[in-house]
Design a protein around this ligand. Structure first.
Ligand code: SAH
Length: 361
């Protein structure tokens, strides 16, 4: 069974990041310390438009206010520890947080723009048997501001060539719904027109299927793209791959997804990793088609990324196409995920896992 998150994991003892504050929260803090509310917008402009990295640079604020900001909030940029560039333009960053933990962020370049994959937790408690992110368990949740800071840091790198982060996928290390509050603030801040102004339809979140939060998220009414890591067409196989399925079995998961679609009118994406001989036969494809035939969805087939600590094998290309064709012939909308950054450990958790191993040597 999954262990509940501890207080230390949800409320780490670190200085609050200034980037965790939504505009109205910043304004409430200003009111508390008897400063005028309009300073909130000024601060937001320094943070998100001018993208400064110290309170000192906020020259139109009175010195006293800058000192109070310094006293109460953390503003320093994430420390870049490693930057790996792939031949296809993908860049993977390993960033260090204020308490020394490291996280990964990936920038992917597409014809339609720059997309960034962000991390929501240091490690993960879910224990999916194919995934590198979960190998050392969960250390802690990121503050909303530490997720925002990843986007900002990559945006700063892109500022040099006058480019922009145009879309965000929350598919890095961690389970976003295990950090629900942090995730919601993050989404609101990057979406805000005075924040980073990234449109909801350019943001995608992915969950392993933490069912109660799927209902909650459906009720938020956000126009954000929603993906679910399904990976199996039946509950037995899914439990083998993903322990979260023992807590929230497949039928409950599917019910919550039907609720989400009914509530939002949006379609969902199912991520389906193809693991050699585990879930990749034509029978599995047919079983999957039966499972989702009445659901408004798209299936994203993911060729498994090899993780040295895990012993899954890749499905041969011909078999991947057979799987795809079976789905398509059954009227299911499906594609194979294009792989990027293969030469730089770009699959989530791989770089961090490698770094951790080096640390403990
Ligand atoms: N915890 C969330 C967010 C992570 S998203 C979730 O589970 O959805 C990262 C995606 O990559 C998930 O679909 C995950 O299942 C998948 N993944 C993890 N390790 C993988 C591997 N070795 N090969 C292929 N996909 C993998």
């Amino acid at each position: 069974m999954l262990k509940p998150l501890t207080e230390k994991q949800t409320k780490p003892n670190i200085k609050p990041s200034i980037f965790s504050l939504e505009l109205h929260e910043l304004e409430a803090w200003l009111t508390d310390i008897r400063e005028p509310k309009f300073r909130g917008k000024q601060i937001f402009e320094w943070l998100y438009k001018k993208r400064v990295s110290s309170f000192e640079e906020m020259t139109n604020l009175p010195l006293g206010l800058r000192e109070k900001l310094e006293r109460d909030y953390y503003i320093k940029p994430l420390k870049e520890v490693v930057r790996q560039e792939s031949s296809d333009g993908t860049i993977k960053f390993l960033f260090e947080l204020q308490d020394g933990y490291s996280i990964e962020t990936v920038l992917m370049r597409h014809e339609y723009g720059n997309s960034i994959c962000v991390t929501t937790q240091v490690g993960c408690r879910l224990g999916c048997t194919f995934c590198a992110s979960t190998l050392g368990g969960l250390k802690r949740n990121l503050q909303a501001g530490e997720i925002v800071a990843q986007v900002l840091q990559v945006q700063r790198a892109l500022d040099e060539t006058d480019e922009r982060v145009s879309s965000v996928v929350v598919m890095g290390i961690g389970e976003p719904f295990d950090n629900y509050e942090g995730l919601m603030s993050f989404l609101k801040i990057i979406n805000h027109d005075q924040g980073l102004n990234i449109g909801a339809r350019h943001i995608t979140i992915s969950t392993s299927g933490v069912v109660p939060y799927i209902y909650k998220f459906a009720d938020e009414g956000m126009q954000i793209n929603f993906a679910i890591s399904l990976h199996a067409p039946n509950t037995e196989t899914r439990s083998r791959l993903m322990p979260v399925n023992r807590m929230y079995p497949l039928n409950e998961l599917m019910d919550s997804i039907r609720y989400y679609i009914k509530k939002t009118g949006r379609r969902v994406t199912f991520e389906y990793g193809l693991f050699g001989k585990v879930n990749d036969s034509v029978d599995h494809a047919n079983e999957l088609a039966d499972l989702i035939k009445d659901i408004k969805c798209h299936v994203n087939l993911i060729p498994v990324n090899y993780v040295p600590e895990r012993d899954y094998v890749r499905t041969p290309k011909t078999q991947i196409f057979k799987f795809l064709e079976t789905l398509t012939s059954r009227g299911i909308n499906a594609t194979i995920r294009r792989e990027q950054g293969h030469d730089i450990d770009a699959a989530c958790g791989q770089l961090r896992a490698k770094e951790r191993k080096e640390e403990t040597r």
